[in-house]
Design a protein around this ligand. Structure first.
Ligand SMILES: *Cc1c(COP(=O)(O)O)cnc(C)c1O
Length: 395
């Protein structure tokens, strides 16, 4: 019998694996092999999940919450998520509009699958989170990019959006605060952008997973608050990973008009069923035990803010590097184009020679930059940035 290799599908052949996860995996493998690596590639908080959240999950597990749960999420959690949006933004959300999924990433994919058909165009502002284009392609839809570089603080303008619209435009992706740049849109910028989206009847997928991670007194603005016309076309995607250090738990949320949420729940029912039942009780504690959660979140924010300022100052001391002070998430996105290397080459050599892991801008659709995550200890940050300075000096 001849053995020709098993053919793969067009989906499998065309998907690019997550570059952030693979660089992080390489850095972790080097560390496991005893190398002294400074990891700036990870997209997750370096804190442990707060104790009260863990305890609630353990209690749920002990009390036998180990069976299938309702597909769109356990009722008290959907209720608590609806209440959160009312408390934070004054949005009138019912539990029927809420879906709990196995991760914010999956929430995004379901939002796309529920509203975009093959051939539809999805407008993605770059620098973008690495998963959006791949998810759009896996839905048979077509990603269209708008580059917003550091000249506009990595924020797309309404006129850029207007210019990118075609008859096939279906969805606009918004992600403020942004991964990878940390940029936070202002209310007036968002209002102008959203007006264009309304005019052209676009679905808005607003990925707000970094909503609580803002600095300098800046507050996140939720586009869905701009009125019923906007709310009726907006799908808010979020999750527990970033605000509560729960990346490994795999719990995402989605809030949408009821018929969209219903469709999302039906897709989820065939693709994976419910998010892990006992994990949802941990998430419930995150939302219900507000004071404990607030204390944990503020401690994390204090550390992030200190590192953000330190990293920003140190990066700008390095000749050739220019870096904006982002006001959200836990990333900075310095410009490295003056060194004359592709961002891929720059990051590969940085990892090989100085053992500093960072993600090239090209992975986010923005050549000439790199992403540095400061969700790492102060010591690692100081050591890594010193190595980066040495590396740049030698170029
Ligand atoms: C981390 C992240 C998510 C989702 O993360 P999950 O762990 O899947 O909940 C979604 N969007 C952005 C921009 C992120 O950085």
């Amino acid at each position: 019998m001849t053995s020709s290799p098993l053919p793969l599908s067009t989906w499998a052949r065309n998907v690019s694996p997550s570059p952030t996860l693979s660089i992080d995996a390489k850095a972790k493998a080097m560390m496991a092999a005893g190398e002294d690596v400074c990891g700036f590639a990870a997209g997750e908080p370096d804190f442990d999940t707060p104790e009260h959240i863990k305890e609630a999950c353990i209690a749920a597990l002990r009390s036998g919450k180990t069976k299938y749960a309702p597909t769109p999420g356990i009722e008290p959690l959907r209720q608590a998520i609806a209440e959160k949006y009312a408390a934070d933004y004054g949005l009138k959300v019912t539990p029927a509009q809420v879906v709990v999924s196995p991760g914010g990433k999956f929430s995004c994919y379901l939002a796309i699958l529920a509203t975009c058909s093959p051939g539809d165009e999805v407008i993605i502002p770059a620098p973008y989170w690495v998963s959006y284009p791949e998810m759009v392609k896996l839905a048979g839809a077509v990603p269209k990019y708008i580059l917003a570089d550091d000249s506009t603080g990595f924020r797309m303008t309404a006129s850029q959006l207007e210019a990118a619209i075609t008859p096939k435009s279906r969805m606009l992706v918004l992600n403020s605060p942004s991964n990878p740049t940390g940029a936070v849109y202002t209310r007036s910028e968002l209002e102008a952008i959203v007006a264009v989206a309304v005019k052209h009847n676009l679905v808005i997928m607003s990925d707000e997973i970094y909503e609580y991670l803002t600095y300098d007194g800046v507050r996140h603005v939720a586009p869905a608050t701009f009125g019923p016309e906007v709310e009726a076309r907006t799908i808010i995607v979020s999750g527990f990973s970033k605000p509560y250090s729960m990346t490994g738990w795999r719990l995402g949320t989605l809030v949408a008009p009821a018929h969209v949420a219903k469709a999302v729940g039906e897709l989820q029912s065939q693709m994976t069923s419910n998010a892990t039942s006992f994990a949802q009780y941990g998430a419930l504690a995150a939302l219900k035990e507000k004071e404990k959660t607030r204390v944990a979140l503020s401690a994390m924010l204090v550390a992030f803010d200190r590192r953000r300022k330190f990293l920003h100052a140190e990066l700008n001391k390095i000749p050739g590097i220019e870096c904006l002070l982002a006001q959200g998430a836990f990333y900075l996105f310095p410009k490295i184009s003056k060194f004359g290397l592709s961002s891929q080459e720059f990051c590969a050599r940085l990892l090989d020679t100085e053992k500093v892991a960072a993600v090239p801008g090209s992975a986010f659709g923005a050549e000439g930059y790199m992403r540095i995550s400061y969700a790492t200890s102060d010591e690692t940050l100081a050591k890594g940035v010193a190595r980066l300075a040495k590396f740049c000096k030698a170029l």
